[in-house]
Design a protein around this ligand. Structure first.
Ligand SMILES: Nc1nc2c(ncn2[C@@H]2O[C@H](COP(=O)(O)OP(=O)(O)O)[C@@H](O)[C@H]2O)c(=O)[nH]1
Ligand SMILES: [Mg+2]
Length: 381
């Protein structure tokens, strides 16, 4: 406290800072500089919600011998989504659908499956929900194959809006809105498929999307660079707006960090829950016929940079951007549609009492308000 006190000026006078406007100097220590500690204490008590959705195309086999294996053991080969999340949070959160023996077929994720865990690190409580999705694009007709995923994301916005609009709303609304979509790209070494582009275009409208090249150990370093550059070119060509976004609030440091992240996109990753022996040290990695892959070695893959970005530098920004960008746009669309619908119906038949703005919900396609219980987002956006 004495250092704080010493830093105070004894005179109460006014100085003019061109940036911050008029400052009034304090005559003694007041104590409101502890607000950051108070906020921290409150936040720590409450904990954080982080919701991540995993999206990927069905893993396609691209080498002849892999095609033969596929014919022998038909089924979906996972993209490594579950393994990657377990690697990222250094905990077994999701079961791998991979084979445990060569005679077993791979199991498939058939439904959108949210799984929640509470994680604790140095007193910080994180309620993490991972939403696994079935691989898109493996039907005969892939028209609108993104719809279940987009509907799920919008449903979470709708549920939050519904709770926000109730007359006696909870002090803390349980947040199931998706803060991050990890988009897994098959390590084919070719380029994105038209279906990948379409799904990406739909996703970036509603959620923060970070693309990753799954199982990048399947590519040689040269293939990886070429594949990455092709993906970057396509993303730029199609104007796909990935996270992180530029913000007017960014200072030079933010701009520099965000540019470094954009240069990495899509992150070439490898996942593994196994500890292997490398030069006498136990590391998380994969042992192959050609050697060992250390997941945490930046020479081997970009896992460390992605983890730094998601958990250490941008966790709060992912949550805030979901609120300010994606949820706000959903909310304003809903409220505008509701206003239009109620104006339209009042022109047709003048109601005896004004419609309640609490808890009702508007279907954008029909323009008719529906009750919260019948809320559905199939027609939205
Ligand atoms: N080569 C390689 N295999 C991986 C990697 N990540 C996971 N796998 C394997 O791929 C199979 C499917 O993994 P899983 O995480 O269940 O995929 P999901 O179905 O997309 O969730 C398992 O046998 C994993 O061991 C990786 O980075 N590289
Ligand atoms: Mg899985």
């Amino acid at each position: 406290m004495s250092t704080r006190m010493n830093s105070m000026s004894s005179n109460s006078s006014k100085t003019n800072d061109p940036k911050a406007g008029l400052y009034t100097q304090l005559g003694g220590y007041v104590g409101f500089d502890s607000i950051s500690e108070q906020i921290q204490k409150k936040f720590l008590k409450r904990g954080f919600h982080l919701n991540i959705i995993l999206v990927g195309k069905r893993y396609t086999f691209f080498l002849l011998f892999q095609l033969l294996i596929f014919l022998w053991f038909p089924g979906e080969s996972g993209m490594g989504k579950s393994t990657f999340v377990n690697t990222l949070f250094s905990a077994h959160l999701l079961d791998s659908k991979g084979r445990t023996s060569s005679a077993q077929p791979n199991r498939k994720t058939v439904n959108i499956e949210p799984v929640s865990h509470v994680l604790k690190e140095n007193g910080v409580k994180l309620r993490l929900t991972i939403v696994d999705t079935p691989g898109y694009g493996d039907q005969v007709n892939n028209e609108r194959c993104w719809e279940p995923i987009i509907t799920y994301i919008k449903d979470q916005h709708g549920a939050y809006l519904k709770k926000e609009l109730t007359a006696t709303r909870d002090r803390f609304i349980e947040d199931t809105r998706i803060h991050l979509c990890l988009f897994f790209i098959s390590p084919t070494g070719h380029s994105l498929k038209p279906i990948d582009i379409l799904v990406l275009q739909k996703l970036v409208e509603v959620v923060n999307v970070v693309p990753v090249i799954a199982k990048s150990d399947c590519l040689t370093p040269a293939e990886k660079i070429a594949f990455k550059n092709r993906i970057k070119t396509e993303i730029e060509y199609h104007g796909i707006n990935l996270y992180p976004y530029a913000s007017p609030e960014d200072d030079d440091d933010d701009r520099e960090i965000n540019q470094a992240i954009r240069d990495f996109l899509p992150f070439a990753i490898v996942g593994s829950e196994l500890l292997i022996d490398v030069d006498g040290a136990k590391v998380r990695g994969r042992k192959t016929r050609w050697g060992a892959i250390n997941v945490e070695d930046p020479e081997h893959c970009e896992f460390v940079q992605l983890r730094e970005f998601i958990t250490r530098s941008h966790l709060q920004d992912l949550i805030e951007t979901t609120q300010h960008r994606h949820y706000e746009s959903f909310r304003s669309q809903q409220i505008m549609a509701f206003t239009n619908a109620s104006q339209h119906s009042s022109r047709i038949a003048r109601p005896t009492s004004p419609p309640s703005h609490h808890g009702s919900y508007t279907s954008l396609s029909t323009g008719k308000p529906s009750s919260p219980g019948s809320m559905s987002h199939h027609n939205l956006g």
